[in-house]
Structures are given as structure tokens and as C-alpha cells.
Ligand binder design. Structure first.
Ligand code: SPV
Ligand code: MG
Length: 290
């Protein structure tokens, strides 16, 4: 079964796909181990991992290579964050072909202009493309996919850009008309009110996708009550957890003048060996090395 079909099946059977962000195969493996349904191959996380801002500095090739490695190692369907589609509708044709070949189950494309600026930054330059232009990009994504089950998610940044609910709804309706399978509506309000108002007013047929980073009161239970949400993305919690853990550990080692103080609070080497599959290496050595 293809990754897109798997995502659609979970959505149909469970009512909701819960995706955790990842910036590496290892973080994706840990998300799979924790029981999430899917992996969010986040542009923000990968940019942060490279130590650069999420402003279209990381190239499509860098993101695609990491996404391919995440697909290979996680075993879960991957939802690829393809930002603006890396250019216009012509670039989208190429990008979707490549991401589908890498094995993703869904692509999420946003209606900002290239180069984009990360959404949650205060006072960010949030330039949008025209509705018709983005409809062309959605149609390009649909026409590039070989598997009709590859999920095409159209993301509107109208609320992020401060354009209001009417514009967000207008865009969402236009993107559904262009063939989007889901509409992702993003918000940086500190409470779920703006998003809940949008969802209440949503009169389309396709499900909504959410990234509730800014409004963490939005739990899985609360999302389920809204009925219309099909995809829930925990947007950046892998990289933020990693940053916090590394900062704490590094500071402790500097303070103690050695590693003795952190042994109890970090993963053991054996745990990392397990994740790397060293047990299999040892078995294979017995079988094949002569
Ligand atoms: C990402 O994780 O790259 C996203 C979500 O697109 S956000 O950073 O909130 O825009
Ligand atoms: Mg992104």
C-alpha cells in the first residue's frame, strides 16, 4: 500500500492523522516508536538543524534528501513540507514528482511567495501569491502525482498575514475548487479562538489540517470535537526538545568539568546502539563473516 493510501486509510478509520515533526531519520524513528501516525518533514526543523532561518535558505535538494532518509528509516507515512513549492507552478511539477518518488504520502504547499519567511516570527514579512496563481500550483501538484492517493494539502497563510477570516475562507474555498485534498489553515494567535472560528465557518467538503504550535491548548481531544480536522501536525517539538536537552547537558558538563554528572540523565550508549540496529549487525556477522 502506498504512503498516501496509508494516510487516507488512517484518516478514514481513525478520523484523524496525528503527525510529529522530524528533522532527521533518528527523530522520525523516535516519533514512530512513540506511536504517532505520520511524520511531518518540517522545513522549520530542518532549517534549524542546519542552524539557518526558515526563509527558503535550505534548498529543495537538501530537504528532499533528508525527507527520503526519513521515509526510509521511519516506516511511517511522511507528510512533506514543501513550503511554496520552491518557485512557481513549473517548479511545483518537478518538486512533486521528486517527493513522490522519495516515497512521501502527502505534500503541504503554502500560498506565500518565494522566498518565504517563517510563519510564527513576530512582525514577519508574509507576502502571499494571488489566489489564481496558487490554484495553478495546486493543479500542477495534482497533475504531477502518479498515485492519485498522494495527498495534496493546500496551506493558506491568510490568518498569519493578518488578512482575516473572510480572506482565509475565500482562499480555502478556491483551493478546494482547484482540487486540494485538505486545507491547512495556520494561525499564530495564542489561543485556539481564531482557528475554531474558521473551522466553524468552514463550509467545504475537504478536511482541515492544523499546526497548533502557537495555541497549545488545542489537544487531540479538542481537535476531535471540532469534527472537521483530518490532520494534526505537532510542528516543531522534535527540534525544540533536542535543543533543550543538548543545552542542559552541555552546560552541566562545563559546570562539572567532566561527564560524570550527566550519565544518569542522558540516553545510554546501548540505547543508541539499539536505534542503530547493532543487534542485527552482530547476528549478521555470525551468519556471514567467515
Ligand atoms: C514547519 O514546521 O516548517 C512549518 C510549521 O511549516 S511553522 O513553522 O509553524 O510554519
Ligand atoms: Mg514549514
Amino acid at each position: 500500500m502506498g504512503a498516501g493510501t496509508r494516510l487516507r486509510k488512517v484518516m478514514a478509520e481513525e478520523g484523524l492523522v496525528e503527525a510529529m515533526a522530524a528533522h532527521s531519520p533518528l527523530s522520525a524513528m523516535l516519533a514512530a516508536e512513540a506511536g504517532f501516525d505520520a511524520i511531518w518533514a518540517s522545513g522549520f526543523e530542518l532549517s534549524a538543524m542546519y542552524g539557518v532561518p526558515d526563509v527558503s535558505v535550505v534548498s529543495m535538494t537538501q530537504h528532499l534528501d533528508m525527507t527520503r532518509a526519513i521515509v526510509d528509516r521511519s516506516g511511517l507515512p511522511v507528510v512533506a513540507d514543501i513550503d511554496t513549492g520552491f518557485g512557481n507552478a513549473i517548479n511545483v511539477l518537478y518538486a512533486v514528482e521528486q517527493y513522490e518518488r522519495a516515497g512521501v504520502g502527502a505534500i503541504v504547499m503554502e500560498d506565500k511567495s518565494f522566498p518565504k519567511v517563517t510563519s510564527l516570527i513576530a512582525g514577519g514579512r508574509q507576502d502571499m501569491v494571488r489566489i489564481e496563481e496558487f490554484q495553478g500550483k495546486i493543479e500542477a501538484a495534482r497533475s504531477a502525482r502518479r498515485d492519485p492517493d498522494l495527498v495534496v494539502v493546500a496551506r493558506t497563510e491568510a490568518l498569519i498575514a493578518g488578512l482575516g477570516q473572510d480572506e482565509a475562507l475565500k482562499r480555502a474555498r478556491a483551493y478546494e475548487a482547484a482540487g486540494a485534498d485538505l486545507i491547512l489553515v495556520h494561525s499564530k494567535q495564542k489561543t485556539p479562538d481564531e482557528i475554531e472560528a474558521f473551522i466553524k465557518a468552514w463550509d467545504g467538503k475537504v478536511p482541515i489540517a492544523l499546526v497548533p504550535t502557537a495555541y497549545p491548548q488545542m489537544t487531540v481531544a479538542r481537535v476531535r470535537e471540532l469534527k472537521k480536522v483530518g490532520l494534526l501536525i505537532w510542528g516543531n517539538h522534535a527540534i525544540r526538545a533536542a535543543v533543550g536537552a543538548m543545552r542542559k547537558t552541555f552546560a552541566q558538563i562545563r559546570k562539572d568539568g567532566g561527564i560524570h554528572g550527566v550519565e544518569g540523565s542522558i540516553s545510554t550508549v546501548d540505547e543508541v546502539f539499539d536505534l542503530q540496529g547493532m543487534g542485527t549487525v552482530k547476528d549478521n556477522e555470525k551468519r556471514f563473516l567467515r
